[in-house]
Design a protein around this ligand. Structure first.
Ligand SMILES: Cc1ncc(COP(=O)(O)O)c(C=O)c1O
Length: 449
């Protein structure tokens, strides 16, 4: 027993893997065993491990200015440079950037920016946020309230009502469609539900709709074609802002610069960024808003005196230096294009696994995917509990690959964007062996229906 309270873990179990070092797409445990890191840590280590340029950027910045803040009139060049760079890159007009430390706090900041904005323009009643079932937006009190997964809610008594969190459908056709319903009809039905929710609550009370372009932690849900187009038409009709939580999907993960651009989301108003912003080397996040929203906040803050929100580590110079270098490498090495090419290869290879008796659905886009294991393929029946997903994840681990069981029995894949074809082949080879072992486990336990 150590003194650590482990995050997002079954606190009754002991850790079973001590990672000691990493290099490229691989990590090594404390006994020297090598693993293909098919999850980039927690969807973040996009440039792989031991990247010399990122290490040098951090160490040079540490030598030059290891810490400085941006409160009350102080600034530093590396923070300004990173904000300029992001503002150029994001699909938001005249974007302004607030720095934080994690995806969760970027989302908290965005909730506060929205409230500040609507107070500024004299609409304080417009504070509610529509979030989807089976979404993941983090675990701080506010961001966990946006998250649509019961495991992140249980026993925490979260202030859903005070925050005005409203819930709408997850756009997952495989589980959500009615018998015989086409994808188009499914999209019409769930976007119809969205519009009814807006009318019931009153559009004048709703600030924004938050969505991960493609979800991660909730099982990699890729919405059917046309979904975002219909959602945005409804939001525009009722003057509700679109908030893209791109904590996983930004910077090439879906094979384009931003997830919004990969799935047809047009000019989101707000964005949350983290993870691949620094390739996970140093904690840093960004809450991004349009110049129009920012201008109103500026006007209003004058009457308050100061804009009273900021973290000690907002714009930490080392985080900013590493993020700047990360963005430079993405662009210099054409990594978004590489991710698109390798992503198509990975998706096509994974798709072949739908032949396997355990695999109900393979889904994904670009360099993120999930392989869902089911108790019965037709009709679709999920496994009860998490036993099968956990077994499959551990089977991969024994065979030398790190993946993650999400949403019960889906295995997630999110390898470094730098991954090559041979490593994807290795991933598939290990996964097939692990699936066969898992099939025997499920058979012996009488879990198959
Ligand atoms: C879409 C999304 N938003 C927010 C978060 C929370 O980020 P963090 O764990 O850095 O707080 C995550 C984490 O996985 C995420 O996937």
């Amino acid at each position: 027993m150590t003194s650590v309270i482990y995050p997002t873990s079954n606190l009754k179990t002991q850790p079973n893997l001590m990672i000691e070092k990493g290099d490229g797409s691989y990590v090594y445990d404390n006994k020297g065993k090598k693993y293909l890191e098919a999850m980039s840590g927690l969807w973040c280590t996009s440039l792989g491990y031991n990247n010399r340029e990122l290490i040098d950027a951090a160490s040079e910045q540490l030598s030059k200015l290891s810490y400085s803040h941006m409160f009350g009139g102080k600034t530093h060049q590396v923070g300004i440079d990173l904000a300029e760079k992001l503002s150029e890159m994001v699909p938001i007009h005249n974007a302004k950037v607030f720095f934080g430390n994690s995806g969760s706090d970027a989302n908290d900041t965005n909730i506060k920016l929205l409230r500040y904005y609507y107070n500024a323009i004299g609409q304080p009643q417009k504070y509610k946020i529509i979030a989807r079932e089976r979404s993941y937006h983090g675990v701080t009190v506010a961001s966990a309230s946006l998250t649509g997964l019961s495991v992140n809610h249980s026993n925490f008594d979260l202030p859903f009502d005070a925050l005005g969190v409203l819930r709408t459908d997850a756009p997952h056709y495989y589980h959500g469609a009615l018998d015989g319903e086409s994808e188009i009809d499914f999209v019409d039905r769930i976007t119809g539900n969205l519009e009814r929710l807006i009318l019931k609550e009153g559009p004048e009370t709703i600030a924004a709709f938050i969505a991960e372009p493609v979800t991660g932690a909730s099982g990699v849900i890729v919405p059917p074609k046309g979904y975002y187009e219909k959602v945005q038409a409804i939001l525009n009709k009722y003057s509700i802002l679109f908030w893209a939580d791109e904590v996983i999907t930004a910077f090439g993960r879906l094979g384009k610069d931003f997830g919004s651009n990969a799935v047809g989301i047009k000019s989101p108003d707000i964005m949350s960024l983290a993870k691949q912003l620094s390739s996970g080397y140093i904690p840093i996040s960004a809450s991004v808003i349009s110049g129009d929203i920012y201008q109103q906040i500026v006007e209003s803050s004058e009457s308050v005196g100061v804009f009273g929100h900021g973290y000690t580590y907002s714009g930490h110079p080392v985080g900013c230096a590493v993020a700047l270098k990360t963005l430079e490498i993405y662009q210099r090495d054409n990594l978004f294009e590489h991710a698109a090419t390798m992503g198509s290869y990975m998706q096509s290879q994974l798709k072949t696994l739908e032949e396997h008796p355990l695999v109900g659905e393979v889904r994904g886009k670009g360099m993120i995917a999930a392989v869902e294991l089911v108790a019965s393929k037709a009709p679709t029946i999920s496994f009860k509990g998490n036993d099968v997903g956990a077994f499959a994840m551990h089977a991969c681990q024994e065979l030398g690959m790190i993946t993650r069981a999400v949403a019960g029995s889906s295995l997630a894949f999110c390898p470094p964007l730098t991954i090559g074809k041979a490593e994807i082949d290795e991933m598939l080879f290990i996964l097939k062996l692990a699936l066969d072992r898992t099939f025997l486990f499920a058979l012996n336990k009488n879990y198959l229906l």
